[in-house]
Design a protein around this ligand. Structure first.
Ligand SMILES: Nc1nc2c(ncn2[C@@H]2O[C@H](COP(=O)(O)OP(=O)(O)OP(=O)(O)O)[C@@H](O)[C@H]2O)c(=O)[nH]1
Length: 601
């Protein structure tokens, strides 16, 4: 295919600004979607995504568009996830494009997440142009929003596209802008093959399916290809494009986007960011930007019903087939029984995995508080990695503990700089740089302990900046730190699954707040429940959940049988996320109460 007539682009938008609706309109106007399909939002495949309003996995759709110049263009729309946990995937999806359009709700204006991805796109040297959506709304303020786009992001809005995905206006202008403003790919079709994997998933019949963007050369069915990061070679069994349904093709040439099936057994061998080349005629260097993503956050996942253990293990194995950044290994807790210690990219990733396990595989779970990986040097000189408070050796055996630090880049408008600096300082951050990028946009760079980030940093950042801040981070190094294990005792017994590793300076406060929070979540039981926080043997805080008053329960058991049944059913429902720990029933919220602890002011 002549690269002149290809455009590879991505749509960047803040949640709810109308990306999916707009994408569906593009499919509709270009005749890519049948009548029946118009009712569904085609690009958001997973239910979970639709409910949470986020796009988790990148996907690509090919559109054929006959432009006003009479030519037919192939437009590849590459969808990107929109959360800091997945910023590596986003960066690879963007690397597969020459351009991106920034969709902004004309009644809302520029918002947080929008910015993170726009900056990623600018970093990837993409041509970025804005589109105003929802201009049909009476509350639309195109002039104000254009000003914002110019001031905050620095994009030219003089010939901005005005659209309403709802009413279907401005869609052709949008398509024309894609053709006119985004440059065509400029690969060398005769050079050795270089194709970027920007998404991959597992298919039970075909193994790993890799979505690729061919940069140089061409890939054909039957070719022997080599994955440059692993050095493994495979034969191409099937090639195709999504238009929007899978359609096989014999060849993908320079500039094209499509999928490759090559008998690759699992997604771990078709990693996002890897380069595909030919076995016989290899490219001399892979495409830049490949990273081995590693889990940053760990937490325990336990079946509420111990009999579900095998079911849970099977479900996790299935999930892992599709998610190379999710890891798990068996773990045993005194309080919770047999479960798994799981690794995630971040908190959102953790929530998504938990929800999928519950929803798709029907296992009810208790999740323990997330933690990072610490490095402990013992008095014997051994170095051990600890990703669970329970694995932390006793104080007398510890020579030193080191914790992971990250380098965080935070983009904010001027007015929030003070608030963000205060937050970073509170989180034990070390300031590196404050860079004034444009008249109103500042980039704040901080070294921060990951341990503080996984708890609630992102939510706090969003709330203090009214959603305007964007956060991106990368692992930096390990630093020695004064960390202690904080134990929680329920009626005098340490509940191992509730233990945490915290900074010594914050232990007192965290312990106090944690038991206070837990008290709110634990329902009254037949007896009094004492909650205590302790460092070593020293109790630093105590709260009591009072016993149920006898007469209240007595009343419930009237003679009416249907009433009683209803009550029992209600109890069963309520039990769903409860775990019997010793003699006390603890709800899921109690295990994650640490995420709700308010910060010291
Ligand atoms: N009035 C009006 N509403 C719109 C328009 N475009 C989208 N919407 C509505 O805005 C809401 C969000 O639209 P989506 O397309 O789901 O937004 P999105 O950006 O894809 O959201 P995420 O997938 O959650 O990131 C939906 O209720 C749409 O019906 C528009 O042009 N005008």
């Amino acid at each position: 295919m002549d690269q002149q007539f290809i455009r590879n682009f991505s749509i960047i938008a803040h949640i709810d600004h109308g990306k999916s609706t707009l994408a569906d309109r593009l499919l509709e106007v270009t005749g890519t979607l049948s009548e029946r399909e118009k009712t569904d939002q085609f690009l958001d495949k997973m239910d979970l995504e639709r409910e949470r309003g986020i796009t988790i996995k990148a996907q690509a759709v090919r559109l054929n568009y006959q432009a006003r110049d009479g030519q037919t263009y192939v437009l590849n729309l590459i969808d990107t996830p929109g959360h800091v946990d997945f910023s590596y995937e986003v960066s690879r999806s963007l690397a597969a494009c020459e351009g991106a359009t920034l969709v902004v709700d004309a009644s809302q204006g520029v918002e947080a997440q929008t910015l993170a991805n726009v900056y990623l796109a600018i970093d990837e040297n993409l041509e970025v142009f804005p589109v105003l959506n929802k201009i049909d709304l009476p509350s639309a303020e195109p002039d104000r929003v254009c000003e914002e786009i110019e001031e905050i992001i620095g994009l030219d809005t003089s010939d901005i596209v005005l659209a309403s995905a709802k009413e279907g206006t401005g869609i052709e202008d949008f398509l024309e802008a894609i053709v006119k403003r985004i440059p065509p790919p400029q690969g060398d079709p005769e050079a050795p093959l270089k194709a970027l994997i920007f998404d991959s998933w597992y298919d039970s019949y075909q193994g790993a399916v890799a979505l690729v963007r061919v940069f140089d050369g061409r890939i054909r069915k039957g070719d022997r290809i080599r994955l440059m990061s692993t050095g493994r070679s495979h034969e191409v069994l099937k090639l195709g494009v999504f238009a929007p349904h899978a359609m096989t093709v014999d060849e993908l040439g320079a500039g094209e986007v499509g999928f490759v099936i090559a008998g690759i057994k699992n997604v771990q061998d078709a990693r996002v960011g890897d380069t595909i080349t030919h076995e016989a005629r290899q490219a001399d260097a892979p495409l830049p930007g490949f990273k081995q993503v590693k889990p940053m956050v760990f937490s325990g996942l336990y079946p509420i019903d111990n009999g579900d253990y095998d079911l849970l293990r099977d479900a996790m194995e299935k999930l892992r087939l599709n998610d190379s950044s999710f890891s798990f290994e068996p773990e045993n807790s005194m309080a919770l029984g047999f479960g798994f210690r799981c690794g995630f990219l971040g908190l959102l990733h953790m929530e998504i995995v938990q929800e999928r396990l519950e929803r798709e595989f029907g296992v009810d779970l208790i999740t323990t508080a997330p933690t990072v990986v610490y490095r402990v040097t013992t008095t014997k000189g051994e170095l051990i990695e600890v990703e669970s408070a329970n694995k932390l050796p006793d104080v007398q055996y510890i020579e030193k503990i080191e914790e992971p630090f990250i380098l965080a880049s935070i983009h904010v408008p001027n007015e929030f700089v003070g608030a963000v600096l205060a937050l970073c300082e509170e989180k034990r951050g070390v300031q590196r740089e404050i860079r004034y990028l444009t008249a109103n946009r500042v980039m704040i760079i901080y070294e921060l302990p990951l341990n503080e980030i996984v708890l609630d940093f992102f939510d706090r950042l969003k709330s203090i900046t009214r959603g305007y801040a964007s956060l991106d981070y990368e692992p930096l190094d390990y630093r020695e730190s004064s960390l202690v294990r904080l134990n929680i005792l329920v009626n005098g017994d340490v509940v191992d699954a509730l233990s945490l590793i915290v900074h010594r300076d914050k232990a007192q406060f965290r312990g106090r707040e944690l038991v206070a929070r837990m008290k709110e979540f634990i329902p009254r039981q037949q007896f009094e429940v004492a909650l205590q926080a302790a460092i070593g043997n020293k109790v630093i805080a105590r709260e009591t959940v009072k016993a149920l008053r006898k007469d209240v329960t007595a009343k419930c058991y009237g003679g009416d049988i249907t009433r009683k049944r209803k009550l029992l059913e209600k109890q069963k429902e309520g039990k769903k996320r409860m775990k019997q720990v010793g003699s006390v029933e603890l709800p899921q919220e109690a295990f994650l109460a640490i995420l709700k602890v308010k910060e010291q002011k």
